[in-house]
Design a protein around this ligand. Structure first.
Ligand SMILES: [Zn+2]
Length: 118
């Protein structure tokens, strides 16, 4: 049994604990499979979809504006917002004429970072 990672018994901390335990269990099974001779590309099928990954994306300005409007919205998935909001902040700083009109709603989401991402 894994140690719980969160801090109290509130709903958000308990949700984080369940997620954390599940991820650690998946990691253990992955390691067991590799230790038993499975190739990494075979064993990775047991890993959760919240696995860290790296992506490269190219788009024109119009497409970036649309993507950032959709993915920074409060209704967007929290983990997508975790990527999109800082990206929009960079775009606003580097290209204000093109992105400064896209507003980021921080207040209604109590900050955009989800507890386990901090
Ligand atoms: Zn808590």
């Amino acid at each position: 049994m894994w140690e719980l990672a969160a801090f109290c018994n509130c709903v958000e901390c308990m949700k984080y604990n369940y997620w954390y335990i599940h991820c650690r269990n998946c990691e253990s099974v992955y390691t067991l499979l590799v230790d038993q001779g499975a190739k990494a590309e075979e064993a990775r099928s047991v890993l959760p979809n919240s696995l860290k990954t790296e992506i490269v994306m190219t788009a024109n300005v119009r497409q970036w504006r649309k993507v950032l409007q959709l993915r920074t919205a409060i209704a967007a998935h929290p983990q997508m917002r975790q990527v999109a909001v800082p990206l929009l902040e960079i775009f606003k700083k580097e290209m204000p004429a093109l992105f400064e009109d896209i507003k980021i709603d921080y207040e209604t989401n109590n900050g955009y970072l989800i507890p386990w991402a901090q």
